[in-house]
Design a protein around this ligand. Structure first.
Ligand SMILES: Cc1cc2nc3c(=O)[nH]c(=O)nc-3n(C[C@H](O)[C@H](O)[C@H](O)COP(=O)(O)OP(=O)(O)OC[C@H]3O[C@@H](n4cnc5c(N)ncnc54)[C@H](O)[C@@H]3O)c2cc1C
Length: 441
C-alpha cells in the first residue's frame, strides 16, 4: 500500500491516508501514521491548526481561547509533555472564593469554599470507584452503569435531596459543564471525569490549575515538526465517499483528493455537515445528530484594573448569573487577567458593560480594561465547546462510536475512552485512530 505514486500521477493518488481536521486528534493521528512511514495529507478548514485549542495573545500575555488546563497525570498528554520536554505552569493561586448563598454572593476562604463544594461532590459521586472501576475502560462495569447513565446531572442532584444552600453551591458547576442546564448533562459524564481525576475532590481540583507554559500551540508545533505531515489549511471538507477500494474526499471548493484510508478528526458536532457515502453507522449518526460537545460555550478573557484580587467566582444555574464561572490567571502591568465562561445566549461577551454587570452578580465589581473572547457554539468548525455527554450516550453509543467503518477511522476528543472533553482525550483518540488505520492498510 505504500508503493510510491507513479511520476506524473494526480496528487490525489499520492497519499496513504487523508486526515480531516488539524486539532489535537488529527495531528496526533497524522504524527503516528507518519511514524509508520505513511504518506499523510491533513485537510483543515481553518486558516490555522489547533481547532478547539487556540493560543493567542492578550494584554501582553499568552492566553488560550479554547482548551487550556492539563495535568501531567493525564496519561497521553503527560507522555507528550515528556517527549517534547514541555513544562507546565500553574495559574495564580486563588485567595478567596465567591460563592452563591441564599442571601447573595459571599466570600469564603478557598479551603472552606471548595471544601463545601467537595463535600457535595463526594456524595454526588459516591460509588464511583465501583461503577468506574477502570476509568479508561468506561464500560467495564456496564452492569452498574446502565441505570446511572439514564440520569441527568439534575436527576442526580434531585436524588441527593440537597438543602437550598447546598443546591446553590453546586448547580453553577453542574450547569456550566453541561452547557447551561443540568438537565442536559449526563451524570456519568461528570462522574467519569471525577473517576479519571482519582475519585477525590483534591484530584478534581488539580485538573484546573496547570497549563502548558509555552501554550497548547507549542505542543502541536512540536508534533508537526516531528512528523512533517503535509497540511493544507483553508480546506473545508464537504464530502467523504468510501467506495470500498478508496476514500474520495471533496472540498467545498470542489478540489478532490483520494487515498486508501481516511481519519475523520473533526468534532462530532460537525459530522452532520459532511456528506458521508455510505451514510455513517447508526451510533455515529446518532452521536452527530445529538451532538456530544456542549452547544453553548463562550470563553472570555477579562483584563481588569487591580483591586478585585485573586478571586474565584461561581454563580448559579439559570439566567441570573450570565457568567457562572470566573478564575484569576495572571497579573499584568496594568492589572489582572481573569478567565471566565458563559453559556448564556443573551450575554454579549464583547460588551464591557454587560460583562461588568455579569461579574457584579458574582459579588465583585471589576474595572474592565478589555475583553478577548470566542464563542465556540457559533464557530462553524466546532459547533460547540468541550465534550459533555448527554444522558444515555455512554451506554448506547460506546464502544461503537470509537470503531472504524470501512476505510474510515474516527478521532475526536469528544469520543475518547478516558478524558473526553479534554486535550488528553483528543490525543488518545488520535493514537487509536492511527492504530486502526495502520492495522487495515
Ligand atoms: C472553551 C473550551 C475550553 C476547554 N477547556 C479545556 C481544558 O481546560 N483542558 C482540556 O484538556 N480541554 C479543554 N477543552 C477541550 C479540548 O479543547 C478539546 O477536547 C480538544 O481540543 C479537541 O480536539 P479535537 O482534535 O478532537 O477537535 P478540534 O480541536 O475541534 O479539531 C477539529 C478540527 O477539525 C477542523 N474541521 C472542522 N470541520 C472541518 C471540515 N469540514 N473540513 C476540514 N476541517 C474541519 C476544525 O477546524 C478543527 O481544527 C476545552 C474546549 C473549549 C471549547
Amino acid at each position: 500500500a505504500t508503493t510510491p505514486a507513479p511520476v506524473g500521477a494526480a496528487e490525489e493518488t499520492s497519499y496513504d491516508v487523508i486526515v480531516i481536521g488539524a486539532g489535537f486528534a488529527g495531528i496526533t493521528a497524522a504524527r503516528e501514521l507518519r511514524a509508520k512511514g505513511k504518506r499523510v495529507l491533513v485537510l483543515e478548514a481553518r486558516d490555522r491548526i489547533g481547532g478547539r485549542t487556540w493560543t493567542g495573545s492578550f494584554a501582553g500575555h499568552l492566553v488560550e481561547r479554547g482548551g487550556t488546563w492539563v495535568e501531567s497525570t493525564q496519561p497521553h498528554l503527560g507522555a507528550e509533555l515528556t517527549r517534547y520536554s514541555l513544562a507546565l505552569e500553574e495559574d495564580l493561586p486563588i485567595d478567596r472564593v465567591m460563592l452563591p448563598t441564599p442571601t447573595g454572593p459571599k466570600a469564603f476562604t478557598p479551603e472552606d469554599g471548595f471544601g463545601r463544594i467537595g463535600t457535595i461532590m463526594d456524595r454526588m459521586f459516591d460509588g464511583s470507584r465501583q461503577y468506574f472501576e477502570k476509568p479508561f475502560e468506561p464500560l467495564y462495569r456496564a452492569d452498574l452503569l446502565q441505570s446511572l447513565d439514564k440520569l441527568s446531572l439534575r436527576d442526580r442532584l434531585t436524588q441527593l435531596a440537597l438543602t437550598p444552600e447546598e443546591e446553590l453551591l453546586i448547580n453553577g458547576q453542574t450547569a456550566i459543564y453541561s452547557g447551561g442546564a443540568s438537565t442536559d448533562g449526563g451524570f456519568t459524564m461528570f462522574a467519569h471525569w471525577w473517576a479519571l481525576a482519582g475519585h477525590t475532590n483534591d484530584g478534581w481540583g488539580e485538573t484546573q490549575k496547570y497549563r502548558i507554559a509555552k501554550g497548547t500551540g507549542a505542543l502541536l508545533n512540536a508534533m508537526i515538526a516531528d512528523a512533517k505531515p503535509k497540511i493544507m489549511l483553508n480546506s473545508t471538507v464537504a464530502s467523504v465517499a468510501d467506495t470500498g477500494s478508496k476514500v474520495h474526499v471533496t472540498l467545498k471548493s470542489g478540489a478532490a483528493f483520494s487515498a486508501p484510508k481516511a481519519v475523520i478528526a473533526v468534532p462530532v458536532n460537525v459530522w452532520p455537515t459532511i456528506k458521508f457515502t455510505p451514510t455513517l453507522p447508526p451510533a455515529l449518526t446518532t452521536a452527530g445528530s445529538q451532538g456530544i460537545a456542549v452547544k453553548r460555550a463562550v470563553k472570555l478573557w477579562i483584563h481588569a484594573k487591580k483591586g478585585a484580587g485573586r478571586f474565584y467566582g461561581q454563580g448559579v444555574e439559570g439566567t441570573s448569573t450570565p457568567i457562572p464561572m470566573l478564575l484569576p490567571f495572571k497579573e499584568t502591568s496594568q492589572g489582572m487577567l481573569y478567565v471566565a465562561f458563559s453559556t448564556d445566549p443573551t450575554l454579549d461577551p464583547n460588551s464591557i458593560p454587560q460583562v461588568k454587570a455579569a461579574v457584579k452578580k458574582l459579588g465583585v465589581d471589576l474595572d474592565i480594561l478589555g475583553l478577548y473572547t470566542h464563542d465556540w457554539g457559533k464557530d462553524p468548525y466546532a459547533l460547540g465547546g468541550w465534550a459533555f455527554r448527554k444522558p444515555k450516550q455512554l451506554t448506547t453509543l460506546y464502544p461503537d462510536v470509537t470503531q472504524p467503518k470501512g476505510r474510515l477511522a474516527f478521532a475526536s476528543g469528544d469520543i475518547a475512552n478516558g478524558w473526553s472533553g479534554y486535550i488528553d482525550g483528543a490525543i488518545e483518540s488520535g493514537l487509536r485512530a492511527a492504530q486502526q488505520t495502520v492495522a487495515a492498510i
